[in-house]
Design a protein. Sequence first.
Length: 337
Amino acid sequence: MAKIGVLGAGGFGIALSVMCNKMGHEVTLWSAFPAEITEIIRDGQNLRLLPKVKIPQEIKLTSNIEDLQGNDLIILAVPSFAVRETAHKLQPYMGEGSVLATVAKGLEDQSHKRLSEVIAEELPQCKIVVISGPSHAEEVATGVPTTVVAASSSRQAAEHVQDLLMNPTLRIYVNDDIKGVEYGGALKNVIALAAGICDGQKLGDNSKAALMTRGITEIARLGVALGANHETFGGLSGIGDLIVTCTSMHSRNRRAGIFIGQGNTARQALEKVGMTVEGYLATKAAYELSKSVDVEMPIVEQCYLVLYKNKSPKKAIADLMGRPKRHESETIWLQTK
């Protein structure tokens, strides 16, 4: 049995806490909002973010970050926009060589840094592991078989996470390509928004299959340009996460896209979903990153124009379909470009 601290009482934070409790670990679940902790204690669950999933009484609920001190593993499960602030708060309570795993998927706004880079700036004493892959909180919490990767520049730290968290319903592979794992996890949300727009426009299976296939190609193209390994994008944190996020109604990104495809503005769609939609900020980051390294990402570009410049989805789809002819092979295209 280990002592595990989870920061973030949203859907995935609760799912991981419940799972770790079932494994026999001693779990502390922290929220930055005392009112949220009060409501969870009162209701025995988070009615807004993960209804019907009961939180065992053995899990310690707290809004005092000092209670996270001295754990064998810390799991950061807050939205991407809260990662830096939360890591900064945690700094006094993390010892040298402590292992911190993050399940947040996104890029920091403005700087476009990967979240492990953000955490490393705030917690230089920690070994950082990124957990990513097709893993809806609703399914992890109820024991649906799930497979993810644990990526780190420290193989020892990744294997530590693998040893502590792997169980009969969660299989974990280790991966050394932390850049690829993070870019895959962040950028698939952009394609999931686009997939939702396709659904809102009632385009059908052919369109979504093409979007997902060309979408992972764009993600890999940018990821490789930024130092990731191409192979990673064919794995769980790439195509695996892309599939689940583009096809499931558990996906907030897809749901937001559906609203946009039905005629709502991006702002209206975000309000209707009512929860963090990571793909909105990730679209802007991906677009700006692609321009900075001169990488062509036509789907991402059209998503950016729809979300931030009020371009109509119908016109964006027409422009994608009307692009100049080219070879499907990236290698051949780059040689003849």
